[in-house]
Design a binder for this molecule. Structure first.
Ligand code: ZN
Length: 473
């Protein structure tokens, strides 16, 4: 928890140090669209620097796809909302200014169904679509613009961690933050109402919303209070529960089977987080005694743990079970390819990657993995060809540009290497770094006319963007 909290302290320092309160329109205490975009980018920039963020592409893609399904049928399908995953075992999710939503790993692991997880996401999406945070700030008429901004920061802190917010107010009084939370309380019902509609539109079981409250209650009782962060930013009152209950009556009963990917994502998180040998013992016991919600989830987790422990035969046994007993799933293929790579069967691994990409051309885990393997085995041409094929589809993916840069570095092509490092920085929301790298690309002097004019115009675009964010007074 600490690390992610520090992010927000740094964020507030950054904002204050850059005199951000002078941004925007003085005459109203409203935060302009530009300011919001800027704040969103700053949050994501800080988030990207953090080592408490889960960057696993399969887990991230699962969340993004699930969220996209919900946003597409929400009140504002065109809204750009960015998600990030915090490595934190407490059950929490929080929406922030600038269209950014953070989700704790604890929420994934606690959710008993995909509908429960989706109910929390659609609630947070509703907070953003209904402009709850910016509307609140705009309502603070008596507050000067400066204190509004300090409030914005305090509110960000409050939403990520209420305990910390109460001790680090960064100039805002405790009372005003309490007010912010009270305001949130008033908005909870609206977010529930809008969120449940979205949940239903997307084909999930709306009862997931009520089930999640039960999950929270149990977590609080049995797991040493894993839920307070969520409860404090999203207070659950009895009138709120009554509201949800009466709303649920409007929707017919819907039996929904969770996707296997939901279970594999949970399995992978189990394997990656916590004490590995403890988890291994628990999983082995669960499988032996047949105590589980989803057998595939347990075996998937165990296969990854064995693989990380270099217990290859045991890992292979679990993978075989998954192939024999579960539907075909790209995550199982990726697991098997990881196994092959680890036992150095590179040719077989590459062949499987290529085959799988024919079936799942937009699967980034395969694209990253194959490009990386090509680079590892000195097939740079092939790596670059694969990346070129995918760069249009994932034009804002920093990892793709980093892989490009590695390939061009192997080939000694300086302009192209720096250009791609600049793009990687840009899509990591680090405009300053992007400008420095693009400048190096221009100075590299080993490109053709077309490449040179491309990097020059891109640099100008970055500089214009910086102007918009810093000179908008
Ligand atoms: Zn809420």
């Amino acid at each position: 928890m600490r690390k992610i909290l520090l992010i927000f302290i740094f964020f507030s320092h950054f904002v204050l140090a850059n005199n951000l309160p002078e941004l925007g329109d003085y005459s109203s205490s409203k935060i302009s669209e530009n300011d919001e975009i800027f704040i969103g980018r700053q949050i994501l920039f800080q988030v990207n620097q953090s080592d408490s963020i889960i960057r696993d592409i399969e887990i991230k893609d699962y969340l993004d796809l699930l969220a996209r399904r919900l946003i597409n049928v929400s009140t504002d399908p065109t809204k750009r909302i960015e998600f990030f995953i915090v490595n934190d075992s407490s059950i929490n999710a929080f929406a922030m200014l600038g269209g950014v939503i953070g989700v704790h790993t604890g929420l994934f692991l606690a959710a008993n169904s995909e509908s429960e997880l989706a109910s929390v996401l659609s609630h947070e999406i509703a907070h953003i679509n209904q402009k709850h945070i910016s509307r609140f700030l705009a309502q603070q008429e008596r507050a000067s613009y400066q204190s509004t901004f300090v409030m914005a920061i305090a509110l960000l802190l409050a939403r990520s961690n209420p305990q910390l917010a109460s001790t680090t107010m960064a100039g805002a009084s405790a009372g005003s933050v309490q007010g912010a939370l009270d305001f949130t309380r008033e908005n909870e019902k609206e977010a529930d109402r809008v969120g449940i509609q979205t949940l239903n539109n997307a084909g999930f079981d709306v009862r997931g919303a009520r089930d999640f409250f039960e999950t929270l209650k149990k977590a609080n009782q049995f797991s040493g209070g894993a839920a307070p962060a969520f409860l404090q930013t999203h207070p659950i009152t009895s009138s709120r529960i009554n509201d949800i209950e009466s709303r649920l009556k409007d929707f017919p009963y819907k039996q929904r089977i969770d996707s296997q990917t939901f279970h594999y994502v949970k399995g992978k998180l189990k394997a990656l987080l916590g004490d590995r040998s403890d988890t291994k013992n628990i999983l082995e016991e669960n499988i032996k005694n047949k105590i589980y919600i989803n057998e595939g989830e347990e075996r998937f987790a165990l296969a990854y743990i064995y693989l990380m422990n270099n217990e290859f035969e045991k890992s292979q046994e679990q993978i075989q079970w998954l192939f024999d007993n579960q539907k075909t799933n790209p995550m199982t293929s990726q697991l098997y390819i990881n196994y092959l790579t680890k036992i150095k069967k590179f040719t077989e691994a590459k062949k499987l990657y290529e085959e799988n990409l024919n079936y799942y051309p937009s699967n980034r885990s395969f694209v990253y993995g194959l490009a990386d393997l090509y680079l590892k085995t000195q097939e740079t041409e092939k790596a670059i060809k694969l990346l070129k094929k995918n760069v249009r589809r994932f034009s804002n993916d920093p990892i793709l540009y980093k892989l490009f840069a590695k390939g061009y570095s192997n080939q000694g092509k300086k302009l192209l290497q720096y250009e791609n490092l600049a793009e990687a920085a840009y899509y990591n929301f680090n405009l300053q770094e992007a400008i420095i790298r693009m400048d190096l690309a221009i100075k590299a002097n080993d490109g053709d006319f077309y490449q040179k004019s491309r990097v020059e115009s891109r640099l100008k675009q970055f500089q214009r963007e910086r102007q918009i964010y810093t000179n908008n007074k």
